[in-house]
Design a protein around this ligand. Structure first.
Ligand SMILES: Nc1ncnc2c1ncn2[C@@H]1O[C@H](COP(=O)(O)OP(=O)(O)OP(=O)(O)O)[C@@H](O)[C@H]1O
Ligand SMILES: [Mg+2]
Length: 221
């Protein structure tokens, strides 16, 4: 799968989700490449904290992205490519969208985040129109409170009102996601069967169903 983590808003959980998903896929035995396009190099630094077999993290200059992506895909060396974008709206966003099997738009359950998410959705629709290919996308609620609150209810209502597709899995505010950047361990290792690990496993099952069709969900049980 070619997965792009995009949002024009900073700090919503793009890099966290990208790292957790990519690491989980690699730990299942897949060969996974993360392309870190953020000049902060969050994920390139994270990858130096611990080696995960099968996972490669490449920090790529924005102007070299096209060529790097083409070479990586053509090499046949990877089963999945995960693209972590910066929280800005620039040309690599559009280049990455055009190549994606699925775009993940993390957003916190707040009005400004949902508004920014809508901007990315507009960009995806534009790229779909220009390339003539439907690009699947889903919003992902992140850092939500464990109990449903008025804020999350507002978010769900807004999403429904705007007809925006949403992952059923939402990522709760959990220390396992923060610890990941301290100890290098992804949530599927620190909390394999519950909490953050269970969320990431469920999220990946949904991603597979979207990219490969619903039969995948049945296979995953
Ligand atoms: N579900 C979560 N629970 C707890 N903390 C989280 C969660 N998701 C992200 N965080 C924390 O929130 C902060 C921002 O997350 P992250 O760096 O993934 O956002 P980002 O969208 O990549 O930001 P940027 O646009 O700056 O690259 C980090 O400190 C991260 O540890
Ligand atoms: Mg980031």
């Amino acid at each position: 799968m070619i997965l792009t983590f995009a949002s024009s808003k900073g700090g919503v959980g793009k890099s966290t989700t990208c790292a957790a998903v990519a690491a989980a896929l690699a730990l299942e035995g897949a060969r996974v490449l993360i392309i870190d396009l953020d000049q902060n190099r969050t994920l390139a630094r994270w990858s130096r904290r611990g080696v995960i077999e099968g996972l490669t993290v490449a920090a790529v200059e924005t102007q070299k992205f096209g060529g790097f992506f083409r070479d990586s895909e053509a090499s046949g060396a990877y089963d999945h490519i995960c693209i972590d974008l910066p929280g800005t709206r620039e040309v690599t966003l559009f280049k990455a969208l055009a190549r994606s099997d699925l775009v993940i738009i993390p957003a916190q359950a707040s009005e400004p985040d949902l508004r920014e998410a809508l901007v990315v959705v507009g960009d995806i629709r534009d790229v779909s129109d220009t390339t003539g290919r439907q690009i699947p996308y889903r919003l992902l609620l992140t850092k939500i409170f464990p109990l449903r609150s008025r804020v999350t209810d507002f978010a769900y209502a807004e999403l429904a009102r705007n007809g925006l597709p949403l992952f059923r899995t939402a990522l709760v505010e959990r220390s396992a996601y923060r610890e990941m950047f301290l100890n290098g361990q992804p949530p599927t290792v620190t909390e394999p069967e519950k909490g953050a690990g269970a969320e990431i496993t469920a999220l990946i099952a949904e991603m597979r169903a979207i990219v490969n069709g619903p039969a995948e969900l049945l296979k995953a049980g």
